[in-house]
Write a protein that binds this ligand. Structure first.
Ligand SMILES: [Zn+2]
Length: 268
């Protein structure tokens, strides 16, 4: 019984830590956005004049589905977006503010049911931050111009970046090449400056560090809980109820793996 109580107490500690981490990461991200020293690329959008609107204004401008994704961080159902099938040349822009986000040449079929890209146009297109909404850490992608939620980026994409920008189609609009010549020219200039020696958009260090620290703390808590339960004795006197020992081992290993992966990608 004591082991069970211990486990519940530890899980509660972890949950409180995760809730706090969300607030902390949010703060870290706001700071990194404000103090951004990234190179400025030619663009038809004012880079530092962010679009700021009230919820009511966004609600009037956007469809309910787009509002739910862009302003409420919702997720559209897979295979629901017409943008999944778009293969022609053009630009994918934010459905909230019109800022160009992705170019057709980086779009690929990920088979997930959401429009997927291996890179953003450049570092002025999107912001990245860690979110813990599903407890497992994920990297959220937002529009740099209006802060609208677009989707998430994962590390299982194709070359040359290895990234998979998994986007909500309803959060974007597609502008075919030739429909807006000024936009075509500005995107072409921005893309010219991108070299594929790595990913264009790097997660800011201020966002990565707390995330690595928290992953490490969670990993240590769970792994030490596993070791405290004397796993060797449990294996020697095996009973079915000893299977619960695998839970802290599994969670601890996952977070340790996640911390190591983030350290490696931050150093890359
Ligand atoms: Zn936007």
């Amino acid at each position: 019984m004591n082991t069970f109580k211990d486990l519940i107490t530890r899980v509660l500690i972890i949950l409180v830590t995760l809730v706090q981490s969300t607030a902390f990461t949010f703060q870290a991200n706001s700071i990194s956005t404000r103090s951004s020293l990234l190179p400025i690329h030619p663009t038809s959008f004012p880079l530092f004049a962010k679009v700021i609107k009230s919820d009511e204004e966004w609600r009037q401008q956007l469809s309910p589905a787009a509002f739910n994704v862009l302003r409420r961080e919702g997720t559209e159902p897979p295979f629901s977006s017409e943008l999944n099938d778009v293969k022609q040349p053009g630009t994918f822009a934010c459905a909230g503010c019109g800022s160009p986000l992705f170019q057709y040449s980086t779009k690929y079929n990920s088979g997930t049911g959401w429009p997927s890209f291996y890179d953003a146009i450049d570092r002025d297109a999107v912001d990245l931050k860690t979110d813990y909404k599903l407890v497992m850490p994920r990297t959220e992608v937002t529009c740099k111009n209006c802060g609208g939620h677009l989707g998430h980026v994962f590390d299982d994409g194709p070359k040359p970046t290895g990234k998979r920008y998994c986007m909500n189609g309803v959060a974007m609009q597609f502008i075919p090449v030739g429909d807006d010549l000024e936009l075509d020219e500005s995107v072409a200039k921005r893309v010219e400056n991108v070299s594929y020696t790595g990913t264009t958009v790097k997660t800011p260090m201020e966002t990565v560090l707390p995330s690595i620290g928290l992953d490490a703390v969670v990993a240590i808590l769970f792994l030490s809980s596993f070791l405290n339960d004397k796993p060797l004795e449990a294996i020697q006197n095996w009973k079915m109820e000893n299977l619960t020992l695998l839970f802290p081992l599994g969670v601890g290993s996952f977070y340790a793996y996640s911390a190591v992966k983030k350290i490696l990608s931050a150093l890359a």
